[in-house]
Design a binder for this molecule. Structure first.
Ligand code: 13P
Length: 302
């Protein structure tokens, strides 16, 4: 073939750390890694900056609704750009996704990991679909978090307020082993969103599951828990903690306050307002990193 003078463009490789390796390092070190739901470039940058400021690993997490709205490839490119400029371990994770097609698109876009949410399905179907996701994900170097029991509460249009499926610990571990998943999200008494009543928390379930399996255990519904409640989950063996509502509230509260003062002062410049919002989100994320014991733990996971 004659050379036509066109340069071959190398296939782009997404810069990322494996979620599994970040979370296993946390499990070994006795702390938890925060997974923070972002919904735009500002919140994505804020999580990356907070992790850098605190010398902490962190997981940038995206709801299925946000992944659909912004597109898996666009989000992967934004993440890649920011992660390349950071020297702490960061991964990009798809949160609760019951949609096989979107899960596949995220795997193809080169994200670090996905949470395939099969909690609305009966056990046999949940196991079959989860195993199918693992068979797509693993050959592409993508880790899989599994949820076959539902975590109560609706978040970004996914979930239910009633506990529909729950299983014995042994059954949960058996399905996780058979499907080959990398992280396990059991029901632990927490719920997504703000608590209406004090939750009945189940750190003892984490201790029992940890005796049955080495799979990292994920705590959902981080917003609204007290520091001592986080500590009891972490000492029982939780190594990934999800926080979404607190990020949204920090963003919206700061936005309202900054817009209010700009209006009073007659200022009509968006960038200073967005700068204040970003600072508030950075501080919020940073305070969770301190609480989870991951500050100062950025290590050799890459
Ligand atoms: P919160 O919105 O309660 O922080 O829960 C986040 C979560 O678990 C995302 O999966």
């Amino acid at each position: 073939m004659p050379h036509l003078g066109r340069k071959r463009i190398p296939r782009k490789v997404v810069m990322r750390t494996s979620t599994k390796s970040i979370v296993h390092a946390a499990q070994d070190g006795g702390y938890a890694v925060g997974a923070f739901n972002i919904f735009d470039g500002l919140t994505l940058r804020a999580v990356v900056h907070a992790a850098g400021e605190k010398r902490s690993p962190a997981i940038v997490q995206v709801s299925a609704r946000t992944a659909k709205a912004l597109g898996p490839r666009f989000l992967a490119r934004m993440f890649e750009e920011l992660a390349a400029g950071s020297d702490v371990p960061l991964s990009l994770h798809l949160d609760h996704c019951p949609d096989l097609e979107l899960t596949r698109a995220v795997i193809d876009a080169g994200w670090s990991s996905v949470l395939f949410d099969a909690s609305h399905l009966e056990l046999a179907e949940a196991a079959e679909q989860t195993a199918r996701v693992v068979s797509w994900a693993h050959p592409n170097g993508v880790d899989v978090e599994s949820e076959i029991e539902n975590i109560v509460g609706v978040e970004d249009g996914v979930g239910s307020d009633a506990l529909a499926h729950s299983y014995a610990d042994e059954e949960l571990v058996r399905v996780a082993r058979e499907t080959g998943v990398d992280l396990l999200a059991p029901h632990l008494g927490t719920a997504h969103g703000q608590y209406k009543l004090p939750p009945v928390l189940l750190p003892q379930r984490v201790s029992h599951l940890r005796r049955l399996t080495d799979l990292p255990i994920v705590l959902h519904g981080g917003t609204g828990l007290k520091p001592e409640e986080f500590r009891s989950f972490i000492s029982a063996g939780v190594s990934k903690i999800n926080v979404s509502t607190a990020v949204k509230h920090a963003y919206l509260d700061a936005m309202e306050e900054s817009l209010g003062s700009a209006r009073e002062a007659g200022r009509r410049e968006p960038l200073p307002i967005l700068g204040e919002v970003e600072r508030r989100v950075v501080d919020t994320v940073a305070s969770f990193l301190e609480l989870f014991g991951s500050a100062g733990r950025a290590g050799g996971e890459r």
